[in-house]
Write a protein that binds this ligand. Structure first.
Ligand SMILES: Nc1nc2c(c(=O)[nH]1)N[C@H]1C(S)=C(S)[C@@H](COP(=O)(O)O)O[C@H]1N2
Ligand SMILES: [Mo]
Length: 247
């Protein structure tokens, strides 16, 4: 097992040891923090990414879980699925998997469930606490069987931004994190349309924009390079949000 000590024993350890002095030398600081990739890599190396996000009591839930971003995808396809109470909705699981899947809401509900009361933090500066329920993403990925080359999981949504479906990606550490679920229930009811019906990602160690709503496809992929502008998500590609939005 690679522990925190092993990780900071490498390049990051040097940084930490000389931390006070290093940040006072502008040239050294520029070099050390030159690449955004390096900064992000350092943050990820120092974080215990398997740690659980805090969970709360039922009484601590927010009275209302406000929607943000798309409140209704509004496409003809989504309107038809919605009119049929999502009986015809299927979640396609493909890409670098051994067994592609097509899952109905009933299929998701029949899998082992995880329920969690967590706090959602939006980068725009609001938070809300709610209960989410659904199968762990890990369960679905194991059922599909990731191929060796898989490194990331991509989510494709029903809503369009500039004609293109909202998309997001996470790495396999977050994909297999125990609190990463495909939520179909919010506070013990089916997801409201404004919050991503019929199914949305909850990836509790990351900021709100990573929690893709209106899921249509999940694909195991080898790299972010071929998607959008290559930064791994709609906001990452278009507004410069960080790909790794760990909290
Ligand atoms: N498909 C899709 N997913 C999305 C968004 C969106 O516009 N479309 N907005 C994101 C943002 S910025 C946040 S904060 C949360 C908001 O979730 P909520 O609408 O349930 O509050 O969804 C995220 N997932
Ligand atoms: Mo957000």
């Amino acid at each position: 097992m690679i522990g925190r000590r092993t990780l900071i024993g490498g390049g990051a350890g040097l940084l930490l040891a000389g931390c006070d002095r290093v940040v006072q030398v502008p040239a050294a600081r520029r070099i050390l923090f030159a690449g955004e990739d390096m900064q992000r890599g350092l943050q990820r190396a120092l974080m215990d990414r398997s740690a659980l996000a805090p969970e709360f009591d039922a009484a601590q839930r927010s009275p209302f879980f406000r929607p943000n971003g798309t409140r209704d995808p509004g496409t003809a396809n989504y309107a038809a699925l919605r009119a049929g109470k999502f009986a015809d909705w299927r979640l396609t699981v493909g890409g670098l998997v051994a067994r592609p899947l097509s899952l109905s809401l009933a299929d998701l509900g029949a899998m082992p469930q995880r329920a969690q009361i967590t706090r959602h933090d939006c980068v725009e500066g609001w938070s809300a606490i709610a209960k989410w329920q659904g199968p762990q993403l890990a369960t679905v990925l194991r059922a599909a069987g990731l191929r060796d080359a898989a490194r990331y999981v991509m989510f494709t949504c029903a809503d369009l931004y500039g004609g293109v479906p909202y998309y997001e990606t996470i790495d396999l550490v977050d994909a297999f994190h125990p609190q990463t679920i495909l939520a179909w229930a919010l506070n013990d009811r089916f997801l409201p349309v404004m919050n991503g019906a019929p199914c949305r990602l909850r990836v509790e160690r990351q900021l709100g924009y990573k929690h893709a709503k209106y899921l249509m496809r999940i694909d195991a992929i080898a790299s972010l390079a071929g998607i959008g502008q290559g930064k791994g998500g709609y906001w990452e590609d278009n507004v410069d949000y960080d790909w790794y939005a760990g909290i």
